[in-house]
Design a protein around this ligand. Sequence first.
Ligand code: C2E
Ligand code: MG
Ligand code: MG
Length: 633
Amino acid sequence: MWNFTYVIPSFMTLLVLLAYYCALPRIPIRMNRTFIKILVMETIVMFSDIVSSGMDSAYTEYPLVLVNIANIVYFVSFYSRGYLFYSFTATMVKVFDNNNAWIKQLTKIPLYISCLMAFTSGYTRWIFYIGEDGYHNGPFYNILYFCFYYYIFVSLTIFVLRFKRLRNNRERLSILSYNIILLAGIIVRMMFPRYLLMDTFCLLAIIIIYLSFENPDFYLDDRNGIFNGNALREYLDENKGLDNYTLMAFALRNYKEIREVYGINQMNHGCDMIARFLIGNFDKYLCFNYRSGRFFIIGDRKMDYDMIYEKLEDRFSRSWVDDSAELYLSAAYVVTEPEVSSIDSDTIINGVIETLDKASSVESSDIFYVTRNLLSERKKEIEVKRNLEYAIEHDQVEVFLQPIISSSTGKIVGAEALARLRNKNGKLIPPDEFIKVAESNGRINDLGKQVFAKTCKFIKEHDLAGNGISWVNVNLSPIQFMNPNLAECYSEVVKELNIDPAQIHIEITEAAMVDDVQLKEQIERMSEHGFKFVLDDYGSGYSNLAMLKKCPFICIKLDMSLVWDYCKAPDEILPTMIQAFKHMNFEVTSEGIEDENMAKLMEDIGCEYLQGFYYSEPVSMSVFASRYLENIV
Ligand code: C2E
Ligand code: MG
Ligand code: MG
């Protein structure tokens, strides 16, 4: 009656896969839990398929209740299997996030109804019944197809809706293919119900999942069976925000140097020995080898990390010996503070590594703590980096202008261009946060060029001179200043727009003055192209009058701190300094003027120009134009 040709080899293959998968360590994440449920459920389905089909064929030889039970088990496991395949897709596309638990419950309803009908079928005969002449499908037998089609449909729908949540095309292709294979399986079953072929299709789907997502090699160090960095990242990502773990890490001190001393081969042996020690001694915890002599240990919130620390320190006090290696190693330790789990895995791992480096650089082997503050800062930096990258690529760096006032007339005579970024909510990010980042990741040249070009365009499109504004200051970072093509690059922009370069004053800070030969050369090259220079933030660093003499600045901007100190307690130092600047033919600007009194004091000691919130904060170009410029060209 039933044909077992396909189901028996499929069942044996499945048993091998199940045994192999269970024998290997797995990180406790939802994806793995769902997969193991699929394997177990498939085993039950195949087994009960074979048993119930056999019993149905020879129904007279078994008690009726047993035949009923075998069929109920088959139907219930069949329905559950459809749900579990869908559940795997949902896990991969991250539908079952914590705040989406209701979706999980909602999509279970067809499963519950079908199971209830199967359970009661012995009485109701809805799904199946064993009559006088043997097994029969009940009037609602087709709910089996409905249930399976339903879960494939939902699975494909969430796959399409959350396509982007998947990491790469390989993952996308795998999910699509196992769902299509399941669909083919259920169609074949409808066409040839006697062949027990569906299980073979399900086995194929399982193999695709195994090869694409569950292959233990993705998550295990091939040499010693400890979890690797991928596993660590998966675990941290899944437990984000749950605050249910303690993370401890240690790093081998001077890893690079000792690797050179012992050689790579011996070092690898050393790391393998450490990995085996961790697996052998801390089997309650998850242990990871995160390359370059760094190991992570994760336990629950109550993990006794002092005990682990003592055990490790004790072990590191002795050498690591096996047949092919003998190493003397020492380690530095860190533990994460509670509540860091709300931060993404990359930031946590980077923060741990940064703290490990700090711990390695000191003699003592005390435990260092990875603080929430450090991680929040790093997280913020990453966000700033992202915003910076986006703004530079999409020409969205904004330029604000702050007026500069003549102290004698009280009228606006110039402005300073100041860069601004916006985050994705439209909130302004101040330059103190992104200039440093741009300087460290090499984007400062592109950022500076955008600010410069936008300022030039503004000058071109507005009649500044007609409104009494003679120049606009543009800031230049010391790193930009080292760029040998700077003069050509900036003068090209000016030429293209056909504006007078003398309208642009370039502000550099004392930090650019460290190498005076290079400074002179760059200033000369740019002066040849017609640009003028202003020294910014004078008094905030190591000011050097001799150096000033060598450079053709037209103006010195006193740093706010100098101005504020003087206004709080006037003395003779600043007035004398200003007199010296005047002898050297520099004009002087005071930054940070916040009230009338400060303006008066600075005017009295000879500052030509004043800039500060008393007059105006930096404003967008359009606000600046509407406030200070009457005739638009
Ligand atoms: P800076 O060049 O010294 O610019 C003056 C800073 O002082 C501006 O801060 C301005 O908003 C602020 N300021 C002006 N008046 C007052 C005041 O009365 N009180 C107070 N408390 N602050 C005042 P901002 O715009 O945040 O810029 C900070 C720094 O970022 C700038 O200092 C400059 O060094 C740098 N920066 C801004 N834009 C650029 C740029 O396009 N390129 C480069 N390389 N650096 C830039
Ligand atoms: Mg400035
Ligand atoms: Mg300044």
